[in-house]
Ligand binder design. Sequence first.
Ligand code: AP5
Length: 213
Amino acid sequence: LRSKPLKLIITGAPASGKGTQCENLKVKYDLKHLSTGDMLREAVANGTPTGIKAKEYMDSGKLVPDTVVCGIISDSLSSCATGFLLDGFPRTSSQAETLNSLMHDNGLGSIDCVIYLDVNEESLVERVTGRRIDPETGNSYHVKFKPCTDPEVTQRLIQRSDDTEEKVKVRLQEFRANVDAVNGAYGDKVKTVDGNKSVEEVWEQIREIVDKV
Ligand code: AP5
């Protein structure tokens, strides 16, 4: 049994498999999953002031301004004394600085480990364009890598508005512009995982890393 709560970040390009691996991580290590992408999509769907500000950025594949994103993460972290798993945050050096101060202010210490999923760009485009979402459960599928087997669910699957080849180019540009600065903020806490492998093989690598933290 761990004596201290785990504080993890999972990072990587769009569709590198962050959400998929978070499903395993949150169960195995009993972590609160904090995905800024999910929080922002929920805010957009509910038409909240945050959602209204975020929508046009998300629809075009651009990053939502730091002030908007830091607001939602601040609310979640302040109620997070147990272990947590940050997914899709921080994405800029300014967000990394904000996270540092928020953790300090909330007596949460520092991040234990950053899992960086490294995937080649050809695969990323294939993963983005083939992803399908069940709007009722939020479950994610892929036409080739994780086909849905229930005909009733299959006919209601949708594609995220930013999951097109055109939008993924913008999302990748945003990612490339910030990845070194964000990873640089965590030094040797960053552990690179070969994300090109199968879901199970990627999970094996992650488990080995986290078990040593
Ligand atoms: P967000 O929701 O965070 O999107 P993302 O980073 O682009 O990541 P995705 O959710 O697309 O992919 P994923 O890595 O979780 O992959 P998944 O596991 O689903 O952000 C969306 C937008 O919100 C941003 O563009 C921005 O506008 C805004 N935003 C969010 N956070 C922000 C922040 N901090 N600051 C500013 N703006 C922010 O896998 C993808 C597909 O591949 C699935 O179909 C899956 O089945 C398949 N797959 C997964 N693993 C494998 C594997 N190993 N082999 C084969 N297929 C696989």
